[in-house]
Design a protein around this ligand. Structure first.
Ligand SMILES: *[C@@H]1O[C@H](CO)[C@@H](O)[C@H](O)[C@H]1NC(C)=O
Length: 195
């Protein structure tokens, strides 16, 4: 366990989760077009959920979610949480309102505190948020690395054919691309120092 994590959370952080979107071609089908439109990115997108271990390895990558779906829904429906063990800590960013689902596995969720609806954070919340930010930043580098290193994930428009699952296959090409990019990132020298 890298020292930063150990000091903040002991050896309990099992995974840091985040989602990223990949631009896809504009679907010709109207429904698909509406479903893949991302208000946030102003583009048609698919979304991947990624889980990174404190040591900097990608330990989970979901398939590419088509359609408008929240980070919370993807995390709950993808099955990632089934891998949790009692006592584990999951680190997530704001928006991953998954505390109840994580609690179901007797694990706990740590998320930066919100200021919304409050005039100020308590000293405890400020300290917790600082600790989370400190360790999350390193893992965000892993996620950034996966995305920047592999041009295919930054394409302005992944072809629509890549979204289709061929008969007899479990995954579409876009799903396989996600897995391969993460596996390759695992083989590179970790960007997270272990000191
Ligand atoms: C990355 O490496 C970890 C640790 O060896 C392994 O558990 C995980 O399955 C690998 N991820 C991928 C996408 O191959």
């Amino acid at each position: 366990m890298p020292m930063g994590f150990r000091q903040a959370f002991g050896c309990r952080v099992a995974v840091i989760v985040d989602c990223f979107e990949v631009f896809i071609e504009r679907p010709s089908n109207l429904l698909a077009r509406a479903q893949t439109w991302s208000n946030y990115k102003h583009h048609h997108t698919v979304t991947f959920l990624i889980g990174v271990a404190p040591q900097g390895y990608v330990t989970y990558i979901s398939c590419a979610w088509r359609g408008r779906v929240s980070d919370k829904q993807i995390t709950i429906q993808s099955g990632l949480l089934k891998n949790l063990l009692p006592g584990d800590i999951v680190l997530a960013d704001r928006g991953f309102d998954i505390g109840d689902s994580v609690g179901f596995y007797c694990a706990s969720l740590k998320m930066p505190a919100f200021t919304r609806g409050k005039s100020q954070l308590s000293a405890y919340e400020v300290e917790e948020t600082r600790k989370i930010a400190n360790v999350r930043i390193r893992v965000e580098r892993v996620i950034g690395l996966v995305r920047r290193k592999y041009q295919i994930l930054q394409s302005r428009a992944v072809p629509i054919e890549h979204m289709l699952t061929k008969p007899g296959e479990a995954l579409a090409l876009i799903d396989k691309i996600g897995v391969i990019c993460c596996a390759l990132s695992n083989l590179s020298v970790s960007v997270v120092p272990l000191e």
